[in-house]
Design a protein around this ligand. Structure first.
Ligand code: PGA
Length: 240
């Protein structure tokens, strides 16, 4: 595990983009799982700037969606697929044919999750997982309790995640209560994992995830077993 402490969120974004750009240059047709959430948005903007400047070719990447709410109508503003498209896929000029959604309105959610697992396996597994951490220690929407074997599946959001979602959508009423999440093995088994953590409100959960017992009650704690993990956090998240 490598831990890089940035000065602040802007510095984190620049450092993370440089780190991720190196990974992309090494594996330009790699399979990427990019998180939504507030933390990685600056990083994605920095990556888009590198691409726009001609110093990074992202057009060969293959993208698998990390998580999605269940039951939203197509085009709903809360769609995490929409967020992934606008923040990552489109600015990085990745053809839609190279993307794979988690379909939160599929008629058979379990079958859709099995198909997603099979598609990742067929793609050769995940090269790069760009992740955040939830206040409850979730990775994607692997809500606690979730162990290292938890597959891609439908889940119910915990109250902590409903509260975090209200920050995105204005109120808890607007936060869907269930979601699909990419399974833990895809994330923990990625050939490179970049965990982005910003802000004093993440300090306690980051510490418990990296330094506490490895437990299903904190899904992110399984990252401790990953040799491929780079944590990029800001000073506020480590208490400096
Ligand atoms: P955030 O979300 O980046 O908006 O803090 C992180 C997460 O819930 O995984």
């Amino acid at each position: 595990m490598q831990i890089i402490v940035a000065d602040d969120h802007d510095d984190l974004s620049r450092i993370a983009a440089g780190h991720i750009a190196t990974a992309i240059r090494d594996t330009p047709t790699g399979v990427v799982i990019p998180a939504t959430g507030n933390t990685p948005m600056g990083t994605y903007r920095e990556l888009a700037a590198l691409r726009a400047a001609g110093s990074l070719d992202t057009s060969g990447l293959r993208v698998f969606q990390l998580d999605e709410y269940v039951g939203l109508p197509e085009g709903d503003d809360r769609s995490l697929w929409g967020w992934t498209l606008h923040s990552f896929v489109e600015p990085l000029d990745i053809p839609l044919a190279q993307t794979h959604r988690l379909p939160g309105n599929a008629p058979d959610l379990d079958a859709a999750c099995h198909a997603f697992d099979a598609a990742i396996a067929a793609a050769g597994g995940v090269d790069l997982a760009i992740l955040g951490i939830g206040a409850n220690g979730h990775l994607g929407y692997n809500e606690p309790p979730a162990d290292a074997t938890a597959p891609t599946r439908p889940i119910q959001l915990t109250p902590a995640s409903v509260a975090s979602g209200a920050v995105y959508w204005g109120s808890e009423d607007r936060v869907p209560r269930s979601a699909l999440t990419a399974g833990m093995p895809h994330l923990l088994g990625a050939r490179a994992i970049v965990l982005l953590v910003s802000g004093a409100h993440k300090r306690d959960i980051l510490d418990r995830s990296l330094n506490g017992p490895v437990t299903p009650d904190i899904p992110a704690s399984y990252l401790q077993d990953s040799a491929n993990l780079t944590v990029i956090c800001d000073r506020a998240a480590v208490g400096g």
